[in-house]
Design a protein around this ligand. Structure first.
Ligand SMILES: *[C@@H]1O[C@H](CO)[C@@H](O)[C@H](O)[C@H]1NC(C)=O
Ligand SMILES: *[C@@H]1O[C@H](CO)[C@@H](O)[C@H](O)[C@H]1NC(C)=O
Ligand SMILES: *[C@@H]1O[C@H](CO)[C@@H](O)[C@H](O)[C@H]1NC(C)=O
Length: 352
C-alpha cells in the first residue's frame, strides 16, 4: 500500500485527470456540494492545493469532470482519422504514458484539457451551479451607439483564474517539460478566451430592435478543438534558452525559444513541444502506444486515414457487414414519425 502511494506520488501529479473516471463512477457528483473530499480515496489523485480549491468552490467538481469529459471527447473527434487517435483508459492515468513525454500529442492533451476546465467552469458560473461565482456582470452601460451591455456573460475571467490555480498546480519541476506544459495549458485557456463572442438580443416593439442588449458568450467547444488542432499541426519545437536574461535561474515560459533560430518565437496561443513523436504504428508497452492494428481505414483516401498510412504499410483485411438504419422517415401530423428499416452492406477495411 505504501508502495502504491509512493508510486503515484513519483509519477508526478499528472494523475489529476483521473478524477474523470472516479468521480463519475461514485456518487461524488450527486453530492458535490457537501462531499467529504479529504476522506474520499479517489481524490488522492489530486494535490492538496487542488482539493482545497474544490472545497472552497462548492459545485466546481462537477464542472471539472464535465470539462474533462468534453476535452476527451473533443480530442478523440479531432484525431479520429490519425494513427494516434487520443486513446484513453479507465485507469487513473487516463491518457497513458504520452502525457509524460514532450511531443505534439502531449501538447494537445495539456491544451485541450486546460481549455476544457476553463470553458466548463466559465459556463457553470453563468449557469449558477458554482457557489463562488456568477455571471460576469462587469460590463455595464452603453457599449455602442445602438446597444448596451446587459444580460449574463459567461465568466471567462473566473474560468481562467481558476484554471491557472487548479490545472497549473499539477506541474512540478524546473525544466523544459515543466515550462512546455505550462505554456500549453495557457494556450488552451487563451484560445477559449480569444474566441469569446458577443451575443445580442433585440427588445422593443415587434422586433424593431430599438433597444439591444449584448453579453459575451463562450465559443462552442468544437471551435476551441478546431483551433487547437490547427495549432497542433503548426506546433513549434522549442528549446530552453537564456537569451536576453541575466536571471537564468528563474523559470519562465519566456525562455522557450524555437529550436530553429530562423523560426518565429511561439506566440502565447501556439502549442509547443520538444520531442519528436513516436510513429504510433505498433503496440509498445514501453512507450505506451497501442498501435493501429484493428483500426478502420479508408481504402480510397490518400490522406492519413487511408489504409496505406493508417496501417503503416502492413496491409488490411476487408469484411462486409450488414447495417440496418432507419430510413424514409415520414412525419405524421401531429406528432409522430414513422420510418422504414433499410439494410445495406457496408465494406469495412481493418488494419492488420
Ligand atoms: C474515403 O476517402 C475518400 C477520398 O478522400 C472520401 O471521398 C470518402 O468520403 C471517404 N470515405 C469515408 C467513409 O470516409
Ligand atoms: C423511400 O421513399 C422513396 C420515395 O418516397 C421511394 O422511391 C423508395 O423506394 C423508398 N425506399 C424504401 C426502401 O422503401
Ligand atoms: C425496424 O426495426 C425495429 C428494431 O429492429 C423494429 O422494432 C421495427 O418494428 C422495425 N420497423 C419496421 C417498419 O419494420
Amino acid at each position: 500500500m505504501i508502495l502504491f502511494y509512493l508510486t503515484i506520488y513519483c509519477i508526478n501529479l499528472l494523475l489529476w485527470w483521473g478524477i474523470v473516471n472516479v468521480a463519475s463512477s461514485t456518487n461524488l457528483l450527486t453530492d458535490s456540494k457537501n462531499v467529504q473530499l479529504v476522506l474520499d480515496p479517489s481524490l488522492q489523485l489530486l494535490s492538496r492545493k487542488q482539493r482545497k480549491l474544490i472545497r472552497q468552490n462548492p459545485g466546481i467538481l462537477h464542472a471539472i469532470t464535465s470539462g474533462l469529459q468534453s476535452a476527451m471527447k473533443e480530442c478523440k473527434w479531432q484525431f479520429r482519422n490519425r494513427r494516434w487517435n487520443c486513446p484513453t483508459t479507465q485507469s487513473p492515468n487516463v491518457f497513458g504514458k504520452i502525457v509524460s513525454r514532450g511531443c505534439r500529442e502531449t501538447a494537445f492533451i495539456f491544451a485541450i484539457t486546460s481549455a476544457g476546465i476553463t470553458h466548463s467552469v466559465a459556463r457553470s458560473c453563468s449557469e449558477g451551479s458554482i457557489e463562488s461565482c456568477t455571471c460576469d456582470y462587469r460590463r455595464r452601460g452603453p457599449g455602442g451607439p445602438d446597444w448596451h451591455w446587459g444580460g449574463c456573460s459567461d465568466n471567462i475571467d473566473f474560468g481562467q483564474v481558476f484554471g491557472r490555480e487548479f490545472v497549473d498546480s499539477s506541474e512540478r519541476g524546473r525544466d523544459l517539460r515543466y515550462l512546455t506544459n505550462l505554456h500549453n495549458n495557457e494556450a488552451g485557456r487563451m484560445t477559449v478566451f480569444s474566441e469569446m463572442r458577443q451575443e445580442c438580443k433585440c427588445h422593443g416593439m415587434s422586433g424593431s430592435c430599438t433597444i439591444k442588449t449584448c453579453w459575451m458568450r463562450l465559443p462552442t467547444f468544437r471551435t476551441v478543438g478546431d483551433f487547437l488542432k490547427d495549432r497542433f499541426d503548426g506546433a513549434s519545437r522549442v528549446i530552453y534558452g537564456n537569451k536576453g536574461s541575466n536571471r537564468a535561474s528563474r523559470m519562465d515560459v519566456r525562455h522557450l525559444e524555437p529550436e530553429n533560430p530562423a523560426h518565429k518565437p511561439p506566440s502565447p496561443r501556439d502549442l509547443v513541444y520538444f520531442e519528436k513523436s513516436p510513429n504510433f504504428c505498433t503496440y509498445s508497452g514501453k512507450t505506451g502506444t497501442v498501435g493501429t492494428t484493428g483500426r478502420y481505414c479508408n481504402s480510397s483516401s490518400p490522406a492519413l486515414d487511408g489504409c496505406e498510412l493508417l496501417c503503416c504499410g502492413r496491409g488490411y483485411r476487408t469484411r462486409t457487414e450488414q447495417v440496418t438504419e432507419r430510413c424514409n422517415c415520414t412525419f405524421h401530423w401531429c406528432c409522430h414519425v414513422s420510418c422504414l428499416n433499410c439494410t445495406s452492406t457496408q465494406v469495412l477495411h481493418e488494419c492488420l
